[in-house]
Design a protein around this ligand. Structure first.
Ligand code: EPU
Length: 422
């Protein structure tokens, strides 16, 4: 058996400009959202990632027309059919769970296989299901498949025990077409949720309070066509800020909303990274000063994003002294640490916390992208390591980073892909 790897020859300093793509975690909710409309919806700024391709397969299974022109995707649900989603495509991405909310909203019933996605420890969907039940759905689960059915959906008051991104969006999807008023309390506040609510509002939904912890939805009968441009990907932007700090000299990163990255920017400044924010761009001056160790605790937005702790960990291997990264969202999101240790890092794990003893030079090795952001952490490690790094399981990286090789090569990185024998 052979496998395609990303190979990076480390040590080349990066310079130039990179443009951030549309937000993956908004896109994977915006695309399912379009089927709530009775007319075509155009989405602009769609990133070229495999999660989008997997969603397009699911839409086609539902008899929606999907057309792609550059970064514009048009979804026409006019001839959509009420069908079960039980093919293997459902397992390709976690966000397939958004079809629960939209199909329940649209048809008052849905049959869907258990969603897939990165393994970051247990990832239950009990809060989504609790929300659907509160709106009147009956739920059964058999052979890895959920069946949700309701005679009608009726608005209700729903308190989330945890401010879950997925549950907030999914309940929003069902509630926009429920009868009467739904109030989601302790709702998540991530920018991707605001983006999704903006699209739904343009489609005719009545939503208030998004971006606060109480969202109020007044159900409507019909939603109509519109167009929408996706917000920039704050996690891709954060990854490039770290890349530039680790391997760059002067890198200009465009299409950023700096407010979405305040927690990371303040930690980078605390580490001693020099940056300049100019409108929707940030210039990073890498390698100007020695890096200081810092402690991080992941939190829901606007706290430090769990998706960025993995890439930042690679930079922390280059800081003098001990840094600590405490995970409060996914207790087991530390698989990247073992891989970084293979490259010369000195990271220990202790109860949902990684302790990074720095600074350690990194050397090339064959390492495994165990999940998407682990992949990003390893790409950064490969860029600063001496010699060649080969990253396996790169489908994880392609699920979430739009043309990462091309963007890095433009900045001066030496990256190729080729087949190796397992
Ligand atoms: N949780 C529950 N029950 C639920 C839902 C969540 O216990 O019903 C727990 C989870 O197990 C986890 C925490 O709540 O411990 C946070 O989960 P959340 O629902 O907020 O996350 P998600 O919707 O599954 C999205 C992103 C993740 C990102 C998290 C946190 C998508 C498709 N995924 O996941 O993105 O890490 O929010 O911000 O939007 C990534 O991009 O690499 C990624 C994993």
């Amino acid at each position: 058996m052979s496998e395609r790897v990303i190979a990076i020859e480390g040590g080349y300093k990066l310079n130039g400009t990179v443009r951030i793509s549309g937000a993956k975690n908004a896109t994977v909710a915006l695309i399912p959202a379009t089927v709530l409309s009775d007319e075509p919806v155009e989405i602009y700024g769609v990133p070229e990632i495999s999660d989008v391709k997997a969603l397009a397969i699911l839409l086609k299974e539902l008899n929606c027309e999907v057309s792609v022109e550059g970064d514009k995707v048009t979804i026409d649900p006019t001839h959509m059919k009420d069908l079960p989603l039980v093919s293997d495509a459902v397992n390709k991405l976690r966000a397939s769970y958004y079809f629960m909310g939209v199909l329940l909203g649209k048809y008052k019933r849905v049959k869907i296989k258990m969603p897939g996605g990165c393994y970051l420890g247990p990832r239950p969907i009990d809060l989504h299901l609790k929300g659907f039940e509160a709106l009147g759905a009956k739920i059964t689960y058999e052979d890895d498949t959920y069946i949700l059915e309701a005679d009608e959906l009726i608005g209700n008051r729903i308190y989330l025990d945890f401010a879950s991104v997925g549950a907030t969006i999914n309940i929003l999807f069902a509630a926009v077409k429920a009868k009467g008023k739904t109030v989601i309390e302790n709702a998540a506040k991530e920018p991707e949720i605001i983006d999704v609510a903006n699209l739904l509002t343009k489609m005719g939904a009545k939503i208030r309070g998004v971006g606060t912890d109480t969202i109020t939805i007044e159900g409507v009968e019909h939603l109509h066509g519109t167009f929408h441009e996706i917000i920039p990907d704050r996690i891709e932007a954060g990854t490039f800020l770290v890349i530039a700090a680790a391997a760059g000299e002067k890198v200009l990163i465009q299409n950023i909303i700096p407010q979405h990255l305040e927690a990371l920017i303040s930690k980078l400044k605390e580490m001693g990274v020099e940056m300049e924010v100019i409108g929707d761009s940030i210039i990073v001056y890498g390698g100007r000063a020695p890096l200081h160790h810092v402690n991080i605790k992941t939190q829901t937005y606007p706290g430090f994003a769990t998706d960025l702790q993995q890439p930042l960990t690679t930079l922390l291997t280059q800081a003098e002294g001990d840094s600590q990264v405490k995970e409060t969202i996914y207790a087991e999101r530390f698989k990247h640490c073992e891989q970084l240790n293979k490259m010369g890092a000195n990271i220990e794990l202790e109860e949902a916390t990684s302790i990074i003893h720095g600074a350690t030079p990194l050397h090339g090795a064959r390492v495994e992208a165990t999940d998407l952001r682990c992949g990003a952490a390893l790409v950064i490690a490969g860029l600063i390591a001496t010699g060649k790094t080969e990253i396996t399981n790169i489908y994880h990286i392609d699920r979430g980073y739009d043309n990462i090789d091309h963007k890095l090569i433009t900045l001066g990185a030496h990256i190729t892909r080729y087949e190796i024998d397992d």
